[in-house]
Ligand binder design. Structure first.
Ligand code: HEM
Length: 418
């Protein structure tokens, strides 16, 4: 068995057992974390020591795996380990690994998974491997959404998870399905520019995008129904926090780190790279995308939107009108999925339980790091852009969509599909 295979086996077995045991203990107390219970500290120490040993063995075994996909999967595994250390607020100390709180010995150091400088020495080899992998691939040296959803091979029906909790599987599977559906919509839309918006083949592509976005809504609704709020808040969310790799604090993982969502915004014309807010959303995201997603996003930032293309067609013929109707339905479906995410996932699963959380736990509540109200305001703005909901001083594509609507509202009939 290779060193990488041993790490993979551990992540699928003991790693899951340790995390699950800790999560059940935290959940019994309805707390995000429990410190200073000797039997739990032992489990944390075992997790830190076993993972550190196996990851060092991977580094010692020689060169990095040659294939990019294997490198990316290995980065995911190292990232699982670092994310779990961060979640349990432990530092990779020596034999007597202490909890983060103990390590900070009463100092007010932020709980970001890295203790005081003198205590982080034994994380160095793990960080070093993560950094080598990250620089070879051109990505942030931490675990991100794509590692968990898209580069996570199932073995005997199970992909790698942090815990054995059914809610984690529900969360990851629904998230993964929603992302695949977003990708199906983006795959369809990015084929339209070379064909033009009045092409009969474009009708099929818009129908595909519409059905894919309806799937996004369906998968996220399934998630909203099946996921337990407390389990998510206490036992799942904490694995996605910001943490340090070497001297740099990398923001947390979230299900938005894939290019298709932004490709849709830009191709539809609902998001605009001339808008500084939106520019920032994209620029910040690159390092957290898988390499092939970075290329897809770069390819679309300069593309003329479909909305602009519809609006500059000289004579709206029947095919153009049919396609424009479908295009408007695709925009509505994109807005509906985003509105659901904001009001039925972010609010009940994060904002409401955060209101009950002790004040000292609020700082690390979001994946990206900023305070919750800042993150929620940014998500609300994205939801407004996708739904073309104008707010005072914050215009959206609403006026342009209205223009298109009136352009095609000519009484002569649109063609029937295909
Ligand atoms: C319980 C379920 C979920 C919760 C509580 C949740 C919450 C959040 C939060 C708080 C963010 C902002 C990240 C941060 O800065 O901390 C975010 C981003 C994002 N999430 Fe979710 N999310 C959930 C499920 C999903 C699902 C199923 C999808 C579908 C793919 C999704 C798609 C996105 C996207 C695309 C972003 C990036 C921002 C954007 O472009 O809108 N999320 N989510």
């Amino acid at each position: 068995m290779t060193a990488v295979a041993r790490l993979d086996r551990w992540i699928r077995t003991e790693f899951v057992e340790h995390n699950t045991e800790l999560e059940e203990a935290y959940f019994a107390e309805r707390r995000e974390i429990v410190h200073r219970r000797p039997e739990l500290e032992k489990v944390k120490q075992a997790l830190v020591a076993e993972g550190s040993h196996l990851i060092r063995a991977v580094s010692a075994a020689g060169p990095l795996p040659p294939a990019s996909r294997e490198k990316y999967q290995l980065l995911g595994m190292v990232g699982f380990y670092l994310a779990a250390c961060r979640r349990h607020e432990v530092t990779a100390l020596s034999e007597d690994t202490a909890s983060f709180e103990d390590a900070a010995s009463g100092s007010s150091a932020p709980a970001h998974g890295a203790g005081p400088p003198g205590n982080t020495a034994s994380f160095e080899p793990v960080w070093s491997l993560a950094q080598r992998l990250g620089s070879a691939l051109g990505v942030a040296p931490r675990f991100v959404f794509a590692h968990q959803a898209l580069y996570n091979p199932a073995v005997r029906d199970r992909y790698q998870t942090f815990t054995a909790l059914p809610d984690e599987t529900v969360f990851l599977t629904s998230n993964g399905l929603a992302v695949l559906a977003y990708q199906r919509a983006a795959d369809a839309l990015r084929r339209i520019p070379p064909m033009g918006v009045s092409n009969p083949l474009t009708t099929y592509l818009l129908e595909t995008a519409l059905s894919a976005l309806e799937d996004v809504l369906r998968f996220t609704q399934d998630l909203g129904r099946a996921l337990d709020v407390d389990r998510f808040f206490f036992n799942i969310r904490p694995y996605f926090k910001s943490h340090r790799v070497g001297p740099v604090e990398y923001r947390g993982a979230n299900a938005g780190d894939f290019s298709a969502i932004n490709e849709l915004d830009l191709l539809l014309g609902l998001g605009d790279t001339r808008d500084p807010f939106y520019q920032n959303v994209i620029a910040e995201k690159y390092a957290y995308l898988a390499p092939e997603d970075q290329a897809l996003l770069r390819a679309v930032v300069d593309e003329e939107s479909l909305l602009a293309r519809f609006l500059r067609e000289p004579e709206p013929g029947p095919r153009l009108r049919r396609n424009a109707e479908l295009f408007l339905a695709v925009c509505r479906a994109h807005g509906a999925a985003s509105t659901y995410h904001h009001h039925r996932l972010v609010k009940p699963f994060l904002v409401v339980p955060a209101e009950q959380a002790p004040a000292e736990r609020l700082s690390g509540i979001t994946a990206s790091g900023p305070p919750l109200d800042v993150v929620v305001a940014a998500l609300s703005r994205l939801s407004d852009l996708r739904s073309a909901r104008d707010r005072p001083g914050v215009p959206t594509a609403r006026a342009a969509l209205e223009r298109l609507r009136s352009l095609i509202s000519d009484p002569s009939p649109a063609v029937s599909p295909r």
